[in-house]
Unconditional design. Structure first.
Length: 396
């Protein structure tokens, strides 16, 4: 477990943590090994709930034999339970294990229920305003952490939740211009709006909290997106953030749950290799320009014209999203099976996968290092030599 006196702890539901949060990354990118390893160091590790069956051969085989919606949904719920319990074993009672649930997912209530029943310490919810999360978890002893993008969103959630007699145990404020995966804006043109600037949001939240009769200590604020160095961590924590969240730097750690090829694609990507586009969820997204994505983007306009209002059967029968551009024939949304593409990335299929990634350079460049080394670098600025025999790679 990493000990540092550099910064005040992040306190969530009475538990003192390192002020570094590992963000949730699906499909299967942040599962039990990564989340458990982060928690073992005394921080908050996050399991991404969607479609974890890909980590379990028996569940994959079950779904192959019975590829219907009911079987697929139950397999994923079973996988989530297994992943939470396995992460708790690795964590050895330290830190916290969170489960990320996307608001846009059809089975969100089931994922939340299973997460609570399986011993998750926290539920993190984004990809939409999680206004009903307190209702889903009523009577449960679990921390609730919404993901938002600006002070207006935080204010709205605070007001709605306070009417239900509940405060968030923390809030994550994610900057859409820097984060990877799905981005919290309605369209690509809004990504660089100044209302998303961290320092501006932290200042505005002082007013928001005061207007609601709250102290800033009542709800810790965690900022996310583009944070890749000790200097960035120090600046944001000194400016008033209680913690920072990172995704891509954790995805490429030794303990990351994805295939080595996945880590190679993310670690070796240059700024010119990263692109923004509209996902099947209707939200902007950011990923690496792999062969499949480039083919899709070249033909995107023609696909939209051809699709029009044409609906398709779900290719996987999972019906994972409550609204899907491909399945529902929504012209302005993306048109591909996101589950199939993310699963391909998880298993290291570079030609056919969708590889979400943040835009900034990684803390260790192209090298693959441990969760411990990453946390140590972010919190202290120290970079210890790589351990002999430890797997790493670099461009060359």
């Amino acid at each position: 477990m990493l000990n540092t006196q550099s910064f005040p702890p992040l306190v969530i539901r009475g538990r003192s943590l390192l002020p570094i949060v590992q963000g949730g990354m699906g499909v299967g990118i942040s599962a039990h090994r990564l989340a458990g390893s982060v928690a073992r160091e005394g921080a908050l590790g996050t399991i991404a709930s969607i479609d974890l069956r890909h980590h379990h051969r028996d569940l994959v085989e079950l779904c192959r034999q019975s590829p219907d919606t009911t079987t697929l949904e139950q397999a994923n719920l079973t996988a989530l339970e297994r992943e939470i319990r396995a992460a708790r074993v690795i964590s050895d009672g330290r830190g916290m294990i969170a489960v990320n649930v996307m608001k846009a997912v059809s089975a969100q209530a089931d994922y939340v229920r299973v997460a609570c029943e399986s011993g998750a310490d926290a539920i993190v919810m984004g990809a939409g305003l999680p206004l009903d999360l307190p209702d889903m978890t009523e009577g449960r002893d679990v921390a609730l952490i919404p993901i938002l993008s600006d002070s207006r969103g935080v204010s709205l959630v605070l007001k709605k939740w306070m009417k239900k007699g509940r405060l968030p145990d923390a809030v994550v404020v994610e900057h859409p211009a820097h984060a990877g995966g799905h981005l919290g804006v309605g369209n690509l043109a809004d990504m660089h709006d100044r209302r998303f600037d961290f320092l501006r949001i932290l200042e505005e939240l002082e007013t928001v909290f005061a207007s609601l009769g709250l102290n800033r200590r009542d709800v810790p604020v965690i900022v996310a997106g583009g944070i890749n160095s000790h200097e960035a961590v120090r600046e944001l924590l000194n400016a008033g953030a209680n913690g920072v969240q990172l995704g891509t730097p954790f995805a490429v750690t030794e303990e990351g749950d994805a295939h080595p090829n996945f880590k190679r694609v993310l670690a070796e990507a240059t700024p010119d290799d990263i692109v923004e586009f509209i996902s099947v969820t209707g939200l902007p997204a950011r990923a690496v320009k792999t062969p499949w994505l480039m083919r899709y983007l070249r033909h995107e306009a023609k696909i939209r014209e051809k699709v029009g209002a044409l609906k398709h059967a779900c290719p996987t029968a999972l019906e994972c999203l409550s609204v899907c551009g491909w399945r529902d024939g929504i012209e302005k949304f993306g048109h591909f099976c996101i589950d199939t593409r993310l699963a391909a990335a998880l298993r290291g299929d570079v030609a056919n996968g969708l590889f979400f990634r943040g835009r900034e350079a990684l803390p260790f460049g192209t090298a693959i290092r441990s969760v411990h080394d990453l946390l140590e670098l972010l919190l202290t600025g120290a970079t210890r030599p790589a351990v002999a025999g430890r797997w790493s790679f670099s461009l060359g």
